[in-house]
Design a protein around this ligand. Structure first.
Ligand SMILES: Cc1cc2nc3c(=O)[nH]c(=O)nc-3n(C[C@H](O)[C@H](O)[C@H](O)COP(=O)(O)OP(=O)(O)OC[C@H]3O[C@@H](n4cnc5c(N)ncnc54)[C@H](O)[C@@H]3O)c2cc1C
Length: 392
């Protein structure tokens, strides 16, 4: 079978974008989009933000049902890819309306992530927040006044905490690391957000892990007890790489791909949250959890398949998080060793051995956009240039 038949496993942000971009790039072959979740593909970012208090599920949908017919894309919702048979070039599927087997010329793995379940007793008493169904369950819980414990002080836990607090609930956040968002932002930015959450009335318990969860709350490793009517588990994710691993593809912090986003099998690509790829700037193998990475990966793969383009992946990473009044935007990608410099109010730069690696802004969207340009330039900016940009 040739690559005139593309199958995409996973119908989230990146999987759908791959189908869209294939048609935009003029790909005329068959496209099948296989997704485990029911319904139409939707965007996840609002699930921890505007959707919780008052959102409409229809507004999350990325493309209407008519799109799939008009672009001749076969969409199989509620269908799980259970196995990749690389010798036969076929997938084994499970789902009420799905064929048992489906052949592919090229396979795109866009299987995303699932919530990490740390070794904490009683996690069956905690809710997660990854899917629309999770968000709907949480909305129902938020309808009546609650004491809420959030395990995990990363983006999703804090976005949820900000919404819940605004709705008048009592909220306590438990974070094992000594500061918030430790994987993603500088200490200066983390401290600014910690101040904001505390001022909003949210309790922050940093540097202490949850030891166990039960129907009445969370017991901490340091012996303290947080009483709660419900508990949100937001302690990070794991890439869905088992399908690829079982098929003998290289895995390790996700499905490993090269600069063309090809796996160790030239008939299989991987993208988005499940893919571990070489960061164009540092060469480090990284795995990003962002809409930007999923969509830019999808566009590159589509161009390669439709036009034979062989440009290496070079997109600049960027991220955002909305927590109450605070709008965080990050341009670039800083490793854990990066040092930080305050540039101006709400602007922090991070530098590594190669120079400027990332710029974090809070409520400064124009500077974020300028930082993206500076970081994408041949010779990235110095601290002085950044200070001039922030002052302009
Ligand atoms: C609550 C929340 C808030 C977020 N907020 C932001 C934000 O503010 N900014 C930002 O940039 N990013 C945010 N993200 C992250 C962003 O949504 C992801 O990075 C993005 O969705 C990744 O796209 P993806 O296609 O790789 O994976 P996903 O969109 O997660 O899609 C993967 C899909 O694959 C399906 N799947 C898995 N295995 C199989 C299988 N074997 N067979 C068939 N289907 C399968 C899954 O069911 C899922 O539907 C947020 C995520 C969440 C959960």
């Amino acid at each position: 079978m040739t690559a005139d038949r593309v199958v995409i496993a996973g119908a989230g942000q990146g999987g759908l974008q791959a189908a869209i971009s294939l048609r935009q790039a003029g790909f005329g072959g068959a496209i099948t989009l296989v997704g485990a979740e029911p319904g139409l593909p939707y965007q996840r970012p609002p699930l921890s933000k505007a959707y919780l208090p008052a959102g409409k599920a229809e507004a999350l949908v990325l493309r209407p049902a008519s799109f799939f017919a008009s672009k001749d894309i076969a969409y199989l919702p509620g269908t799980v890819v259970e196995e990749i048979d690389r010798n036969a070039g076929e997938l084994r599927l499970a789902g009420p309306d799905a064929p048992k087997r489906l052949g592919y010329g090229h396979l795109i793995l866009a299987t995303g992530t699932r919530n990490l379940r740390p070794p904490v007793d009683g996690l069956e008493h905690a809710c997660g927040l990854r899917t629309l169904a999770d968000a709907d369950r949480l909305r129902a819980r938020l309808a009546t006044p609650q004491r809420i414990a959030v395990i995990g002080g990363g983006f999703i836990g804090l976005e949820f905490a900000a919404v819940a607090r605004k709705l008048g609930h009592a909220v306590e956040v438990i974070e094992a690391a000594p500061r918030l968002m430790a994987r993603a932002v500088s200490a200066l930015t983390a401290e600014r957000f910690a101040r904001w959450h505390r001022a909003a009335g949210t309790g922050l318990h940093l540097g202490t892990a949850a030891a166990s969860v039960d129907a009445g709350g969370v017991s901490l490793a340091d012996g303290r007890r947080i009483d709660a009517g419900f508990v949100l588990l937001a302690a990070g994710v794991r890439p869905n790489a088992e399908l690829a691993g079982a098929a003998g593809l290289e895995t390790g912090n996700g499905i490993r791909v090269d600069a063309q986003l090809l796996t160790s099998d030239p008939q299989i690509s991987a993208l988005g949250d499940c893919a571990c790829f070489p960061d164009p700037r540092s060469g480090r193998m990284v795995r990003l959890e962002s809409v930007q990475a999923a969509t830019d990966h999808a566009r590159l793969i589509a161009l390669r398949l439709a036009k034979g383009a062989a440009e290496p992946y070079a997109a600049l990473p960027w991220f955002w998080s909305d927590q109450g009044d605070l709008k965080l935007q990050i341009a670039g990608l800083a490793g854990p060793e990066a040092r930080e410099e305050a540039v101006a109010d709400g602007v922090v730069a991070r530098f590594d051995a190669q120079g400027l690696a990332a710029v974090e802004t809070v409520g400064r969207p124009a500077i974020h956009m300028k930082a993206r340009k500076l970081l994408a330039a041949e010779a990235p900016a110095t601290l002085d240039v950044l200070r001039d940009v922030a002052a302009a």
